[in-house]
Write a protein that binds this ligand. Structure first.
Ligand code: NAD
Length: 359
């Protein structure tokens, strides 16, 4: 299959345009900038599913009141090593850093911290929050859920009972090396990747989806219903589901994200209702846990793992976080290839707000 047509846009131009759109949509300048930086950084890492493709949904979410600009989180309870936070349906790009910074401050003082966050707007690429903690020298673990966006069938089932519930672990890097970052949906693909495929982008892997009568599928229409070129892409219009990754094991991890990221922090598990992200985060300061030189030893282990002989057709063994770091370096220098439909949509939104669009 031919690569879908893209329009390469310098990262700065994209950030400028997206920030301008969100200022017009009702965010103050700082929040608009945070949203722009966060979405474009997802594109830079190669996760186009969580990049500027989200702009139209976010703008619509402001219009419908699903996400509220200008919110701050509320501290429901706290101690020196934990906090229970409520995001009040504010933008994840505002609430996320507030929650992470609280975890960082507590873990720096006490060695570790556990922070639950409920009712946040879309937190986007969860790796961004692990990167923030790693920049502060902390290991972090994140279990995330998404009530109001259940699109995933449990192992052995065909009904939508779970969400794409991401799980993420970040480990601070040695100077000059990429950070170690496992950041993944617990479904075969993130919903955004079905959206990318529906828009003519990278096709889905075989069997990523399941129909209501239990047939495996890779057709985005299984999730979104019949697709027309400029028609809506809402999973509410379809009947099938995304499959949890890794059979019963991945389905179990996805399920636990709902218990830990949702119910434990006073939020909701996957189910119908208003969309939010819930997140349980654990922050660990490596110097409290017995490793003599955690970062050095970890990097030695990375080298050992990467020295494995490669399988047929594989050039190099990569460790989690390497693909993102490599994409980031290339795309920051060469520009972000934005799928043409997404670019046209961005320009349409900008024009609708009376903004000039870049040539
Ligand atoms: P993915 O399938 O591309 O997997 C990404 C992970 O696999 C990364 O840790 C990456 O470093 C690693 N990886 C990729 N190729 C590798 C290789 N060849 N060797 C070793 N490691 C490799 O990502 P995904 O599951 O589609 O998730 C995409 C993004 O979607 C994530 O950033 C996630 O946080 C986000 N997400 C967010 C939500 C939400 O509700 N906010 C929901 C689902 C997913």
């Amino acid at each position: 299959m031919a690569d879908p047509p893209t329009h390469t846009v310098p990262a700065d131009t994209l950030r400028y345009l997206v920030a301008a759109i969100f200022r017009k949509a009702g965010c103050d300048a700082d929040e608009a900038e945070r949203i722009a930086v966060n979405l474009v950084s997802a594109n830079l890492t190669g996760h186009d599913s969580h990049g500027v493709i989200r702009v139209s949904r976010y703008v619509e979410d402001i219009r419908t009141g699903k996400t509220v600009p200008g919110q701050s989180l509320t501290v429901v309870a706290e101690s020196p090593i934990h906090a229970v936070l409520d995001g009040n349906h504010g933008f994840g790009q505002t609430i996320g850093p507030q929650a992470v910074d609280m975890g960082i401050a507590k873990a720096r003082a006490a060695g570790l911290a556990v922070v639950t966050l409920r009712r946040s707007g879309h937190l986007g690429r969860i790796g961004a929050w692990a990167e923030r903690a790693a920049d502060a020298g902390l290991v972090s673990i994140h279990f995330v859920n998404a009530p109001g966006a259940q699109t995933v069938a449990p192992f052995g089932g065909t009904g939508r009972r779970l969400s794409t519930n991401p799980f993420c672990v970040g480990v601070p890097p040695m100077a000059g090396r990429p950070m170690l970052l496992l950041d993944m949906a617990t479904s075969v693909v993130a919903e955004g990747k079905v959206l990318v495929a529906a828009n003519g982008g990278k096709p889905l892997p075989a069997g990523a989806l399941i129909t209501t009568d239990g047939k495996l599928s890779s057709d985005p229409a299984t999730l979104y219903g019949p697709l027309t070129p400029n028609g809506p892409r809402s999973y509410l219009n379809g009947t099938g589901a995304i499959r949890a990754f890794g059979e019963h094991k991945g389905s179990g991890l996805c399920f636990m994200c709902d218990i830990l990221g949702g119910i434990l922090g006073g939020g909701a598990p996957s189910g119908p209702g208003r969309f939010s992200n819930g997140m349980l985060s654990i922050y660990l300061d490596p110097k409290h846990f017995g490793a003599q030189d955690f970062v050095r030893q970890t990097m030695d282990y990375v080298d050992y793992v990467k020295s494995s002989p490669t399988a047929e057709g594989v050039e190099e063994v990569l460790v989690p976080g390497e693909p993102e770091a490599r994409n980031g370096a290339i795309r920051e220098a060469e520009g972000v290839p934005v799928h043409l439909d997404v670019w046209v949509d961005l320009c349409r939104i900008a024009t609708g707000f009376g903004l000039a669009t870049p040539a």
